[in-house]
Design a protein around this ligand. Structure first.
Ligand code: OMP
Length: 236
């Protein structure tokens, strides 16, 4: 599917960063038909949430399984091979060459798409430096994107701040998935490289990942609907 073919509604991915399967199912029910794409990450996956991947897929929803794998290549390959049977659409790995190579091998010809996390959206230049990196944020994001493309990775996770530059590097061959989304006026939390939904879409993002602004809202559906409207408006 080319980016232009992704329906505006399907571009919002709601991060179900909730403490239990019951809490996740309550949020999914409140969001109803508004939301078609969910992300399951550490918090829910390690709280018994993995079977929810298949359950949501059976209901016609798409699932982004955000496990951010990183290990020796063989272990990543075997883990991803197991994950291909869960019914997820996207799976994250960290954008290290051995890890990405293992993930692509493990994914094989299955329908699972591998997303490489370039530089986490909670990191700025100082955080990268403290972690021992020589490159700045944009240089490291772009270098990793180039490696990911050569290795056959399906998509990239970055902040929307890098989406424009990434689009120039990878064209429309790879999905660009951007967390670090904050509707105007909402709390930033630990995110450092952020944009509003409309600006992220205008910058070239295909999919927006939104967690706390929706799942911690008094009315999650109202916030999700407003973000969907902002996405549709930005797409014109
Ligand atoms: O891979 C991710 O989804 C991810 C990558 C990244 O660089 N930054 C990032 O925030 N995420 C995830 O995206 C979600 C963002 O959540 P909120 O900050 O609550 O909107 C969380 O589930 C993060 O784990």
């Amino acid at each position: 599917m080319t980016p232009a073919e992704i329906a505006p509604k399907d571009r919002l991915i709601v991060a179900l960063d909730l403490p239990s399967v019951d809490a996740a199912e309550a949020t999914i029910n409140r969001l109803g038909d508004s939301v078609t794409f969910y992300k399951i990450g550490y918090r829910l996956a390690y709280a018994g949430g993995l079977p929810l991947v298949g359950k949501l897929a059976d209901k016609g929803k798409k699932v982004f399984l955000d496990l951010k794998l990183h290990d020796i290549g063989n272990t990543v390959m075997q883990g991803v091979e197991s994950i291909t049977r869960l019914g997820a659409t996207f799976l994250t790995v960290h954008a290290y060459p051995q890890t990405m190579k293992g993930a692509v091998e493990g994914r094989g010809n299955s329908s699972l798409k591998i997303l490489a996390v370039t530089v986490l959206t909670s990191y700025n230049e100082d955080d990268l430096h403290a972690a021992g990196y020589r490159l700045g944020v944009s240089e490291l994001v772009e270098a990793r994107a180039q490696q990911a493309q050569v290795l056959g990775i399906d998509g990239l996770v970055s902040s929307p701040e890098e989406a424009g530059a990434l689009r120039k590097i990878v064209g429309h061959q790879m999905h660009l998935v951007t967390p670090g989304i904050r509707p105007a006026g909402s709390a930033t939390g630990d995110q450092k490289r952020i944009m509003t939904p409309g600006r992220a879409i205008a910058a070239g993002a295909d999919y927006l990942v939104v967690g706390r602004p929706i799942v911690e809202a008094a009315d999650p559906k109202a916030v999700a609907d407003a973000i969907q409207a902002e996405i549709a408006q930005a797409l014109g």
